[in-house]
Design a protein around this ligand. Structure first.
Ligand SMILES: [Ca+2]
Ligand SMILES: [Ca+2]
Ligand SMILES: [Ca+2]
Ligand SMILES: [Ca+2]
Length: 193
């Protein structure tokens, strides 16, 4: 299993556009497209994803700009929410064997986080050293200068919402969401041209 975060981000972009391109605006999910995506990609998920299958409610919750469609940024906020819920649940990756790409992407985020967070101290949080190793190993092509210690300090300061000096899973997912949204903007710009 590959842990490469860049690949996870690419997968999320691909999954979204696989469904958003079916009708209307090709960069947004209509309600029908959202329903197809959720029913296909969350199939076989554990109970904490079942709420998301109530499409009307999910659309209403996600649709920040009230245009009745789900753009990529709104979609990523759903993925972040589901991933955080799954990380908290005690059930392991076992039941996700016959899994969709979306499920696999979410599991990869959880696995990659714990691969680094478990090295020292609190095993559910990344300290600065662990964050540095994660960034250098998994996201080196995203960082201008991964060897620059001030870059890690700055990312930690941005991430660390509750200011405990460590990055928990929720803070980590927020970073990945932001990076994925940026990455998607490049994708859509390129696609338009
Ligand atoms: Ca569409
Ligand atoms: Ca919207
Ligand atoms: Ca740790
Ligand atoms: Ca923190």
């Amino acid at each position: 299993m590959s842990y490469n975060l860049g690949r996870v981000m690419d997968e999320l972009i691909l999954v979204f556009h696989k469904y958003s391109g079916k009708e209307g605006n090709k960069y947004k999910l209509s309600k029908t497209e959202l329903r197809t995506l959720l029913e296909t990609e969350l199939l076989g998920s554990q109970a904490d994803c079942q709420d998301a299958l109530e499409v009307d409610k999910t659309l209403k919750n996600l649709d920040q700009n009230k245009d009745n469609e789900v753009d990529f940024e709104e979609f990523v906020s759903l993925v972040a929410m589901l991933t955080i819920a799954r990380n908290k649940s005690s059930k392991g990756p076992e039941e996700l064997k016959k899994s969709s790409k979306l499920n696999k992407s979410m599991m990869s985020l959880i696995n990659v986080f714990h691969k680094y967070s478990g090295k020292e101290g609190d095993k559910d949080k990344l300290n600065k050293g662990e964050l540095k190793t994660l960034l250098q190993t998994e996201l080196s092509d995203m960082l201008k200068d991964p060897k620059d210690p001030s870059a890690v300090n700055k990312i930690m300061a941005d991430l660390d919402m509750n200011q405990d000096g460590e990055a928990d899973f929720q803070e980590f997912v927020t970073l990945i969401s932001a990076l994925t949204v940026i990455s998607n903007e490049f994708f859509e710009e390129y696609d338009k041209n």
